[in-house]
Write a protein that binds this ligand. Structure first.
Ligand code: HEC
Ligand code: HEC
Length: 196
């Protein structure tokens, strides 16, 4: 399959290849297209992040300043795909966690007042793998009609995920939201696994 070829193009993409990308054709159905937004957030057309200031300022002698500029800036656009696991962890701690906690607390202060890394990462936050998607989160039905039934039982949570969690997280990772037309972008499938 052509899609598969694209997906195995780079190791970082391979790492997060959701098998569902290839079997999520039904996502093209308009109503819930973005609801399940299964793909993770890789973009084969890999838009490079804005060059580090040092690079554009001094293109002739980049090496030293480049390695000095490796630490993730806590603000400003990031290039998630290019970040090391360490940098990602630091960014999660400094930027993602505080913001996402704010988002979850606004939805349910009682339930999420004590939100931690493991709310999203489960035991991955304990064993240090931080693997996403996290198979311990509720699995999303991969079939459209089943998904609708499932979501209808949890309308508030579904709406919260759709309107707040997904967009906010995409923004924090500086990734486009899942687009069913290209099957790329940050969607539900970046955090949730799908039922087989
Ligand atoms: C709101 C949910 C959420 C919370 C809370 C959260 N993370 Fe994450 N984290 C994610 C997502 C989503 C990814 C994967 C992004 C992607 O698709 O590559 C991720 C990825 C990571 C990675 C990179 C893993 C890898 O294989 O590259 C690390 C490390 C990490 N998180 C650490 C943390 C730490 C430490 C905390 C707590 C301070 C934390 N996370 C809290 C959602 C969350
Ligand atoms: C940044 C990670 C992340 C993304 C993206 C995400 N979710 Fe979630 N979702 C979670 C977490 C974490 C929980 C569990 C919260 C808890 O334990 O209370 C959850 C819980 C849910 C629940 C509640 C399930 C239950 O049994 O109570 C539903 C429904 C849900 N998500 C649907 C979705 C849908 C649909 C999307 C895409 C629009 C989506 N989620 C995107 C992290 C995410």
């Amino acid at each position: 399959m052509a899609a598969t070829m694209n997906l195995i193009a780079t190791p970082s993409v391979l790492r997060r290849i959701p098998t569902l990308v290839t079997r999520a054709a039904w996502l093209l159905a308009p109503a819930f297209a973005c609801v399940v937004a299964c793909a993770s957030h890789q973009n084969p057309a890999e838009t490079p992040a804005p060059a580090a200031p040092t690079q554009s300022a001094a293109p002739a002698a980049p090496t030293a300043s480049e390695s000095a500029a490796v630490a993730p800036a806590p603000t400003g656009p990031i290039n998630w795909d290019a970040m090391s696991k360490e940098q990602r962890g630091a960014y999660m701690k400094q930027v993602v966690m505080p913001k996402m906690k704010e988002v979850f607390v606004a939805f349910d202060a009682k339930k999420y007042g004590d939100m931690k890394c493991n709310t999203c990462h489960g035991s991955g936050a304990v064993n240090g793998s931080f693997t996403m998607p996290n198979p311990e989160l509720p699995k999303l039905p991969s079939d459209m009609s089943k998904f609708k039934q499932w979501a209808a039982k949890k309308p508030q949570m579904t709406e919260f995920m759709l309107k707040h969690v997904k967009p906010e997280m995409a923004k924090l990772l500086n990734e486009p939201e899942y687009d069913p037309a290209t099957k790329t972008g940050f969607g539900c499938g970046a955090c949730h696994t799908m039922e087989k």
